[in-house]
Design a protein around this ligand. Structure first.
Ligand code: SF4
Ligand code: SF4
Length: 404
């Protein structure tokens, strides 16, 4: 792992500990001890150093910024904190990766290592790697981080729904900022009519269908080892980068369309284009933890015409009309809960019997997003790409000619 990856994992595992230790009873403490044991087994010297830094910075932060907010606003603060830290981490990762490829292209030895987390942007490589692992027991030596990230994010959706979208995805946060910027210059919340909304939403299902076709059908199982060894697959990250950075008319058109939807509509990218969000929404159908409304506490049962939860929902879900939110668009962002008047407190995230507090939601998400990849790296050696530097340099020179 690179320094930025190690710092991010250390921060995520610290948040996991923190969330577990805030649980009442012995369960949380036992789980925190198990996490500590897993860390001790899997962490290398880089990660221990990163943990020391994170602890020091966290201690300093708590000392100079003592916690003053209300407990009701805790979820919002945790969510914003996590999203902003991950965006910062992604920005540094992108800068390090660009520097790496630039130096590679100039024939120099890169100063800094390639951050393997960039492979998280390769859903096809991840899906085919996962298939090869499951069907043939073959691990992908070139983009193992793509396999691991696709697996852990999908697993998180089976338990926590689309919490990844609401709490961790940096693209969602950038989209919100761009939309806010547009609203400042051109005020107004623009909501498309229902028919256009459905038409626009069809885009992400089409993209997801295309990706699933390639992952599940286009490459026969027997051909998977050959595909994973191909030059095209080995250079998949550089091909993806070149698509966006060389700005062909096609790439410029795609980027322009993404930007237009993002600034025009609230959550335009997540709602209309992101195939990852569509995939996680499908998996979230079976998730036991979801937003639930207690009818007996809801002010509507007392005759008030309240719909504050629905008005706060960025996904335009009619929360005030349902008992449990089953929409594929819900990202467990808890904005509806924050909007519900405190005298009612009628909404919760959890199962029908148990409320899931924001610290535990954060902890569970960190378990999937940080602890499992750490174990995959430390115990299974499944994170760092094994593609030799000379091969990568050679493929970079051939990039325009590589195709599947
Ligand atoms: S229903 Fe609540 S948690 Fe789900 S997206 Fe809407 S505001 Fe967020
Ligand atoms: S905001 Fe709370 S009280 Fe109002 S409709 Fe929604 S759940 Fe009921």
């Amino acid at each position: 792992m690179t320094g930025i990856e190690a710092l991010t994992v250390a921060a995520g595992v610290s948040a996991l500990w923190w969330g577990l230790l805030r649980q009442r009873g012995w369960g949380g403490r036992v789980a925190a001890l198990l996490v500590m044991a897993a860390w001790a087994v899997a962490a290398d010297v880089w990660l221990w150093g990163a943990l020391a830094w994170v602890t020091l910075v966290g201690w300093g932060w708590r000392r100079w910024h003592p916690h003053t907010g209300s407990p009701r606003g805790q979820a919002g603060r945790l969510r914003e904190g996590m999203r902003q830290l991950l965006l910062l981490s992604w920005t540094l990762v992108a800068a390090q990766y660009l520097l790496y490829v630039w130096q590679l292209g100039r024939g120099e030895t890169p100063l800094l290592a390639r951050p393997d987390i960039v492979d998280a942007f390769l859903p096809i490589a991840g899906g085919l790697g996962l298939r090869a692992w499951g069907a043939l027991g073959l691990t992908d030596p070139h983009h193992p981080a793509a396999t691991v990230t696709l697996l852990v994010i999908s697993l998180s959706a089976l338990l926590l729904g689309r919490s990844f979208c609401g709490w961790a995805c940096p693209l969602g946060l950038i989209g919100e900022w761009l939309h806010r910027l547009r609203s400042r210059w051109l005020p107004g919340e623009w909501t498309p009519p229902r028919w256009l909304d459905m038409l626009l939403r069809a885009q992400k299902w089409l993209v997801l269908g295309f990706l699933l076709f390639i992952i599940l059908l286009a490459v026969p199982t027997a051909a998977l080892p050959g595909y994973l060894a191909s030059s095209y697959h080995q250079a998949a990250d550089m091909k993806m980068g070149a698509f966006f950075f060389t700005l062909t008319p096609l790439a410029a058109g795609c980027l322009g369309w993404v930007l237009l939807l993002t600034v025009t509509f609230r959550q335009g990218f997540c709602r209309y284009l992101c195939p990852y969000g569509a995939w996680l929404g499908l998996l979230a159908v079976v998730a036991p933890l979801r937003i639930r409304r207690d009818k007996s506490r809801c002010l509507r049962s007392q005759g008030h015409d309240c719909d504050k939860c629905s008005r706060a929902c960025p996904a335009r879900i009619e929360v005030h009309q349902v008992i449990a939110v089953r929409s594929l668009e819900c990202s467990d962002c808890r904005r509806c809960m924050a909007a519900c008047p405190s005298r009612a407190n009628a909404l919760h995230l959890g199962s029908a019997r148990r409320r899931l507090g924001a610290p535990l939601q954060l902890a569970l998400l960190c378990l999937f997003l940080f602890l499992l990849p750490l174990l995959a790296d430390g115990l299974l050696d499944l994170w760092v790409s094994q593609t030799p530097l000379a091969v990568r340099r050679h493929l970079l020179a051939l990039l325009p000619y590589l195709s599947h």
